[in-house]
Design a binder for this molecule. Sequence first.
Ligand code: AMP
Length: 268
Amino acid sequence: MKIVRRISELLNRDSPLTGTVPRTGLVPTMGAFHAGHLALFAAAREENDVVVASLFVNPAQFSANEDLDRYPRDEERDAKLAEEAGVDVLFAPSAEEMYPEGYATWVDVGELGERLEGEFRPDHFRGVATVCLKLFNIVRPGRAYFGQKDAQQAAVVKQLVRDLNLGVEIRVVPTVRDPDGLALSSRNAYLSKAERETALALPRSLWAGRDAFSAGSDPVREARALMDGLDVDYLDVAELDGQKVLAAAARVGKTRLIDNVILEGETT
Ligand code: AMP
């Protein structure tokens, strides 16, 4: 596996003049890899000739009061896991490489970026959409892989691709959970043992909400009743790219977790 830090190294890649152009799959990440990331790598490995993973803790998608500085970082471990997962190129640029002095262009994703997560993280999706557009331009993938865990993010990226005619196929991989039900997240590392117990109320209440929906009753009311010990930012039924999900964000101590379950529609 090659580790690349400079954009120019990827932009100047030779394309073969004859024969077939390799199909490239891109997996954008912020590192601290877990089995959720590995599922994305596996999906990309299966469907493409070349797999590029990006490892970039994107400052543009964090607000000033968030966890940018303490976000878990371990490039050596990540590089090993990526290599074992069959990643060909790990693109790990610095913040200055991605946002050099004088950087000024941002993608405004409109209403979709203002709901749910967007209400609590105002510039989050502007940062996500901008970095994804930059990564798509740098890597030029045919396909890019995202997790259902961040359903609104996947919907934002699909809209970005549609609206700006990027011609990248967006693939969404089902949420990977620990055996106790908690969706894997790099932020789970912040949780103490007791907080982790409390955090289990998040998937359990979403599942109860899904059961209630199947039985014809109100998923939000059912889920809300089970969110003991969680400080809930939002809990709502949302239509995201043709899918109906029950989505929530909640804080356990200082850790903010998000999760969702599908009520109607498939992962793609
Ligand atoms: P992150 O490094 O947290 O930005 O995540 C990188 C990608 O992995 C995103 O597309 C996430 O949606 C996806 N991802 C994160 N956690 C999970 C999970 N538990 N299951 C599936 N995909 C995930």
